[in-house]
Write a new protein. Sequence first.
Length: 214
Amino acid sequence: MSAPSPSKDLSRSGATPPSGPPHAGLVPPASHTRGGDPYAAGIAEERRRKDEYFRSSPESPAPAAERASFPPLDYYPVDPSWRMTLPVEVYAKPQTFELVTNLGERRVFRREGHVRFERAGETVDLQLYREIEPSGPSATFWVPFSDGGAGHETYPAGRYLDIVPNPDGTVTLDFNRAYNPYCAYGWAYSCPMAPPENRLKIAVRAGERGYHRP
């Protein structure tokens, strides 16, 4: 099931998500823009379109009864320091493995390589995966991760990044575009959780915050 942006949400639904009242305490993403900053303005526009998708699309993960009044999603302010281009250390023999979703579905992935960077005095190592589907491996890298704020500030099971590899062997990680899987809004969706190797100790205060149903 796809989000309204070029990103690919690996959440899938086999049933109608449960209904319930929307959360009313979120900060509209328009307040997170910086005057004259095209990058921040572009992120804000992506967030606005995603909010519109949640409210109006028949494939929205928001419960049908809530869509028209579903509030803006909650985000950290845009921080350009969380956008970085890094070389990929590619594995000579990529390993295929399975991840079990919250609903018990088994999904097949291939560990293609990893990236490293320094943040808050820590060396961060993130694995890059491709989903293996009947039609073949995905064209983009999928990066599920959880951070030190999981369960408090961010979704407990982790967030996702979808990354298009650069021609020069690098990738651009933009944590301002990190998003919650659809199961954050309804447990009828089947979502792979961040594997232990991508559970970070540091807090990643960028991208989408956790969704809290009142």
